[in-house]
Design a protein around this ligand. Structure first.
Ligand SMILES: [Zn+2]
Length: 372
């Protein structure tokens, strides 16, 4: 189970440029390892973000920040009983979604995702009986066709994945208070300062701050609730937190496969109040509920891509765009690679333009002909 307590030890030292008069962080100079940690926010499944922030807020005894309706969606799964799901693991992987890059994230200097890396199990009778399931399971509590628990752990070996987690040859970066990240250079620093209206550097002071797990979680929280996360986290100016939302219907991203096929449509009945056209509730079949719940397993980056960037929430949009731009300037489509769900979430109706993780990254030493 997830639940490892984080250490309070500082891991990074960040150099901040601070406007003392306004009590505001102007920019931070950070190393590549810290940018890697920020990158990892984008690959966190939404359910993990809700769970981590709830735990963090409980520890801080602060008001829980809401991420759209995701907290409600997560709570619905918490409140449902195991009988509502096909198996107990089905519920478990929604409450503790698998991070498709979980193994790579273990190499981060600060890895806030405490979800255990999935293990692989098979039936212990596999060699003896042809009728046994050739599939592997991530849960030893599931039974094979022969009636035995799938409890024999399979040794997995890491494939030839990239050495770098998010890949960048550059050593240092700057982050503006709105979480815009860029390569550190004198030209960019001066441009950023001029853009913020600072022509006189005498007004700015340098400040060194320690960053550990707690601060990284605070930054994640502020990403959704503030337009000045650095100031909020390091100068304790939480009052500047704002949440802006637009109510424009998002332009949904067009699925990569082109036209919608009949089997990619779901029908729901919506009950609308006539006076103000407000949807009161909807009735749907199981497939639509499956689709909604699978949102908990979708990584933040994929969610932002699907939403068409019409939603304004904290400074996530600025952060996402600058990370994407950094990623493409490296000549790699790092973020595109993260737009994926682990194999277990291969939803029947491909309504989400999110690909599933390719199993070739890991060598599983048994014939894996199917899934759970
Ligand atoms: Zn068996």
């Amino acid at each position: 189970m997830a639940g490892t307590e984080f250490s309070d030890e500082p891991v990074f030292k960040l150099k901040l440029l601070v406007d003392k008069e306004k009590n505001k962080v102007v920019l931070a100079e950070v190393c590549k390892d810290f940018v890697d940690v920020l990158f990892s926010f984008l690959i966190l499944p939404m359910g993990t973000i809700v769970r981590l922030l709830q735990k963090y807020q409980q520890n801080q005894k602060s008001q829980p920040a809401t991420i759209g309706c995701f907290n409600n969606l997560y709570k619905s799964v918490v409140d449902m009983s195991t009988e509502d799901f096909l198996t107990e693991p089905c519920r478990h992987i929604l409450l503790n979604p698998i991070n498709a890059k979980g193994r790579e994230c273990k190499r981060l200097k600060v890895n806030i995702d405490d979800t255990p890396v999935p293990k692989y199990y098979r039936c212990p009778n596999l060699e003896a009986f042809d009728s046994c399931s050739r599939a592997y399971s991530n849960f030893c509590s599931l039974k094979c066709i022969c009636g035995k628990f799938m409890e024999k752990e399979i040794n997995t070996t890491e494939g030839g994945g990239p050495k770098e987690i998010f890949g960048s040859g550059k050593k240092s970066f700057i982050i503006l208070d709105n979480m815009e990240v860029g390569y550190c250079s004198i030209v960019l620093t001066l441009k950023a300062l001029r853009g913020l209206g600072y022509t006189d550097l005498n007004k700015l002071d340098e400040m060194l701050v320690d960053v550990g797990h707690k601060e990284v979680l605070a930054l994640l929280e502020c990403l959704f609730s503030s337009d000045t996360p650095l100031t909020d986290v390091f100068l304790m100016k939480r009052s500047s937190c704002i949440i802006t939302r637009t109510h424009i219907m998002p332009n949904l991203a067009v699925p990569a496969c082109g036209k919608t096929k009949p089997n990619e449509l779901l029908t729901i009945t919506v009950f609308v109040r006539k006076q103000d056209k407000k949807v009161l509730y909807a009735e749907s079949g199981q497939e639509f509920v499956d689709l909604l719940l699978i949102f908990l397993a979708v990584p933040l980056e994929s969610l932002w891509k699907i939403s068409g960037a019409n939603i304004k929430l904290g400074c996530i949009d600025t952060f996402y765009k600058s990370m994407k731009s950094l990623s493409s300037s490296e000549g790699t489509s790092v973020l595109t690679c993260t737009s994926m769900l682990p194999m277990n979430y291969n939803f029947q109706a491909p309504l989400l333009d999110v690909c599933c993780k390719d199993s070739s990254v890991w060598t599983v030493t048994v014939n894996s002909g199917g899934l759970l």
